[in-house]
Design a protein around this ligand. Sequence first.
Ligand code: SAH
Length: 214
Amino acid sequence: MSRSAEHVMQVLYALRSAGVTDPRVLSAMERIDRGRFVRGHFAARAHEDVPLPIPCGQTISQPSVVGLMTQALDIQPRDKVLEIGTGSGYQAAILSLLARRVYTVDRFRSLVSQAREVFQSLGLHNITAFAADGSHGLPDQAPFDRILVTAAAEDPPGPLLAQLRVGGIMVLPVGQSDTVQTLLRVTRTGDKGFDYDELRPVRFVPLVEGIGPE
Ligand code: SAH
């Protein structure tokens, strides 16, 4: 893994300014170089705290938002985590250093295969990436200790709530607007009980139903 001093300093500065203080999250983000997940023209800006375009018209989230979402999940070392929206694979790579096992799905096959190559080259062997419509979750692997959705839905999808273990946490952007949504943390308190915390405004690409064309 590349650990250029420039990369580490820029990321840590952005994380501190955003209020990311969990030492496990900071250490995981120091170890994953975002430069490995951004290709072409925008690679030169990989270490800035901004979202950047990736193929298929999608975006890689900004590091401070990745840090805040990861911190809100409070991942424990034995956890089985589901991520909806693999995108570049950057967020999944960070999750993989904190959890026992990560399942990540994206509706674009080409994004999933590119992300798999990066996971392999970084030696991250506890991530399983699938091309699938993540709004249905992954019933075969449920229940999950933690679920992270990195695309915005109007409401928390029912199948994802159902696949969250009792005591588990899901973090996701929700809202009706295309331009700004609310980052929500859902804690499953019982068979039918859920607590909801609104964390902050965020901006994500939409959760789209069905498998993608590429
Ligand atoms: N977590 C990513 C950024 C995700 S961008 C990263 O670290 O780079 C949001 C992603 O959600 C896009 O790649 C988009 O294709 C995916 N997405 C949107 N709707 C989806 C759905 N129904 N199922 C699976 N993935 C979906």
